[in-house]
Write a protein that binds this ligand. Structure first.
Ligand code: C2E
Ligand code: MG
Ligand code: MG
Length: 691
């Protein structure tokens, strides 16, 4: 059963906003692969650049070392050349013996070879500068003697300078004097200008590489961190989702416990009321009837007392199962407690179906059942309430179905009972009809009652509606709702309808004979009757027979009259209309309310069904339907009549809305001809409300 299994929105555990885990995982995978796709190449590019720059710098370093070595050996040979005697080509004096002579010689060398200018320095043993090409101290008496000799000890060193540069220093200790001759060259100079540019470039290269590595490392770090955070977030999300799922499960379990009967699994009172309320509001909108049944097991207490609660429980479960299997999927079965069950039948085609379903339920439960080794036969009592006649809300319906169930119990075991007593007679009438109905027609057991239609402008009676009743010898006055359908099914309605036509004509003639101011009388025609080929003839004959004007008759049809067959009824109506009879479309709003019917049939009057009138002051939709039907009718040049008017408020409302006429208990209930006579006698006097 769909309705009972699905909790209503207000009770059901709602879906939370969290993404489903599968979607979250897909998203996570996407992000993972995105991170992989972007971080990988970035690192690769960085490593490539770093490798290129590293290779480049290894190469450069090698070049640099070679240059240093070459410079050192060059400096060494220059120093040896300066210090040695056997280099006459450089012009140094063979016998330079003292410091100043040496200085002079060096200066001379520098003069002839300016390239040496920046490289030479003469130091005393204490390391003080005695001479550089830019510095010529006055010859000092203490100047050490420089004697020629073999070159002394030699040292090479690379002295780092501020700013990353270095100086290449070669020192030659001159023998005998203790003086030291030093050749220096700036590394930059050694490497030459292009090299300096390259070194600059190299510096930049290193800078860029380092920056790139740093950026990549930073990015990798940030990416890794973000990824870690994201994964943590995902884990937290997963955890949340799990918690939400658990919560939802708990909620649905709690909901199940709170809304269902634990023994039978059927909805309990709480859920039933909720479901019934939602059906009720739908039924109100669609004007569809629905039926509530209360069902109680006879002698259940005795079974419980004698066979024990276990058997009692099994019995209730079996009953629940049988109830469910007997009704439709869309119907609702609930257990209210103890041995009380309630059913809501939502899709009945006709009210008679309620009796049929009740019988089926009683029969299904009445089948013997074997429980725990005991064979048990149960009989239920069923109370039936019908919406809207037996209650406008769920509480009223439940109360009335319950009291009908007690009535059923009182009248014997395994029975059903309607809350509306007339329906009880109806259901037993069904059995009676078979045998009696034809005889009733022949035996003249039917009577016509009349109900006036009253203008809202002046409250004058414009016409009467003839409504048939069966004056049953035992049951009293039976309303048409209880036998018209049967007459239709059994093919007796034409015969019955013909009787109505003749009786109405006879009555009109009788009133005329009494000298009363007569108004037209409307007769209700059933679909089969309208399709019957003799129908028009019967009317013709009757008016002729009683010598009345055809215009004193009106015909009320419903949309059902033209659903199965359109042409034949239309032709009959055209003929009648041509004869001078007015045609009214009855119960307007309950069928298709098709505009094409209004256009294609010779309709003069629309009668708005009483279901729209009953709550017109409160139901917004009903008021709108009534207002638009009035407007539509007037636009088509039709008279609009509202049926079932019972209160002064409805009269005022309809009058304000522009409705032409009303019919209902407010002015007059359907009454036998004698009760109508005073109305006719009053002529065009305004009618007052019924006492
Ligand atoms: P209908 O033609 O729509 O008749 C109006 C029904 O509303 C009548 O019920 C009338 O008694 C009832 N009614 C009038 N005013 C009020 C009111 O203020 N409040 C309430 N609650 N009801 C009001 P009734 O007489 O039981 O007739 C029921 C239906 O049976 C009619 O509905 C009509 O469709 C059918 N019917 C009646 N007489 C005949 C007949 O001679 N032949 C055929 N084929 N059908 C008939
Ligand atoms: Mg009618
Ligand atoms: Mg009607």
């Amino acid at each position: 059963m769909t309705d009972t299994c699905l909790p209503p929105a207000s009770l059901s555990p709602s879906a939370d906003g969290a993404a489903p885990p599968a979607a979250a995982q897909r998203r996570r995978k996407r992000i993972d692969s995105w991170a992989g796709l972007t971080m990988g190449p970035l690192l690769l590019v960085t490593l490539l650049v770093a490798a290129i720059w590293a290779g480049q710098s290894v190469h450069t370093e090698r070049e640099r070392a070679l240059a240093i070595r070459t410079t050192f050996s060059h400096q060494e040979s220059v120093l040896r050349m300066l210090a040695a005697d056997e280099t006459p080509a450089n012009g140094m004096d063979d016998h330079a013996t003292d410091e100043s002579a040496l200085i002079n010689q060096l200066a001379a060398q520098v003069a002839t070879n300016p390239a040496l200018a920046s490289t030479l320095t003469l130091l005393d043993p204490a390391g003080r500068v005695l001479w550089t090409p830019a510095f010529r101290p006055a010859p000092s008496p203490q100047a050490a003697q420089l004697r020629p000799g073999t070159p002394g000890s030699l040292s090479h060193s690379v002295v780092p300078l501020v700013g990353g540069n270095a100086r290449l220093v070669t020192e030659l200790a001159l023998p005998h004097t203790g003086l030291r001759l030093r050749a220096t060259r700036e590394l930059d100079e050694v490497l030459g200008l292009p090299d300096a540019g390259r070194s600059n470039l190299r510096g930049w290269g290193w800078g860029v590489t380092l920056a790139l590595i740093a950026a990549a490392a930073l990015l990798a770090f940030i990416g890794h961190r973000q990824h870690r955070l994201y994964r943590q977030l995902c884990r937290a999300g997963d955890e949340n989702q799990r918690l939400i799922d658990r919560l939802r499960d708990e909620r649905s379990r709690a909901y199940q416990l709170a809304s269902h009967d634990h023994l039978t699994g059927l909805p309990n009172r709480l859920l039933f009321t909720e479901l019934a309320n939602s059906h009720l509001s739908r039924a109100r909108r669609s004007h569809a009837p629905f039926v509530m049944m209360f069902l109680d097991l006879d002698r259940f207490k005795r079974i419980n007392d004698t066979l024990g609660h276990r058997v009692g429980d099994l019995l209730l479960q079996e009953v629940a199962l049988r109830l469910r299997q007997t009704v439709r999927e869309t119907d609702i079965v609930a257990r209210l407690g103890g041995d009380e069950f309630v059913l809501l039948l939502t899709e009945l085609d006709a009210l008679d179906d309620a009796s049929r379903v009740a019988r089926k339920l009683i029969e299904a439960i009445g089948q013997p059942m074997v429980l725990d080794g005991h064979e048990i036969e149960m009989r239920p009592s069923v109370g039936i309430a019908i919406h809207p006649r037996d209650g406008m809300d769920v509480e009223a319906m439940m109360r009335n179905a319950d009291s009908a169930m007690y009535e059923a119990k009182r009248s014997g075991s395994g029975r059903f009972h309607y809350y509306d007593p007339s329906l009880n007679s109806r259901s037993s009438l069904q059995l009676d009809l078979n045998g009696r109905f034809r005889r009733a027609i022949l035996g003249n057991e039917f009577v016509l009652h009349y109900q006036p239609r009253v203008t809202l402008n002046g409250f004058r009676v414009t016409s009467l509606e003839a409504l048939i009743r069966w004056q049953h010898p035992e049951r009293g006055l039976v309303p048409p709702g209880e036998f018209i359908e049967y007459a239709e099914q059994e093919g007796l309605v034409v015969e019955l309808g013909n009787w109505v036509v003749r009786e109405a004509c006879r009555q009109i003639a009788a009133w005329i004979a009494e000298g009363l101011e007569i108004v037209p009388v409307a007769i209700n025609v059933s679909p089969k009757q309208l399709r019957d080929h003799s129908f028009v003839e019967v009317i013709r004959e009757s008016v002729a027979h009683y010598g009345i004007r055809p215009a004193l008759l009106e015909i009320e049809i419903t949309e059902r009259c033209v659903v199965e067959d359109f042409e034949r009824p239309r032709a009959a109506l055209e003929t009648l209309s041509a004869l001078g009879l007015k045609i009214a479309l009855d119960d307007y709003g309950t069928g298709f309310s098709s505009l094409s019917y209004l256009k294609q049939l010779p309709i003069d009057i629309i009668k708005i069904d009483r279901s729209f009138i009953s709550d017109i002051r409160n139901a917004r939709h009903d008021a709108a339907i009534v207002a638009s039907t009035i407007a539509l009718g007037h636009n088509l040049g039709l008279t609009v009549i509202a049926e079932g008017v019972e209160t002064r408020e409805q009269v005022i409302y309809l009058r304000t809305a522009g409705c032409d006429e009303v019919q209902g208990y407010y002015f007059q209930k359907p009454a036998p001809p004698d009760a109508i006579r005073p109305l006719l006698a009053a002529g065009s006097q305004p009618m007052t409300a019924a006492g």
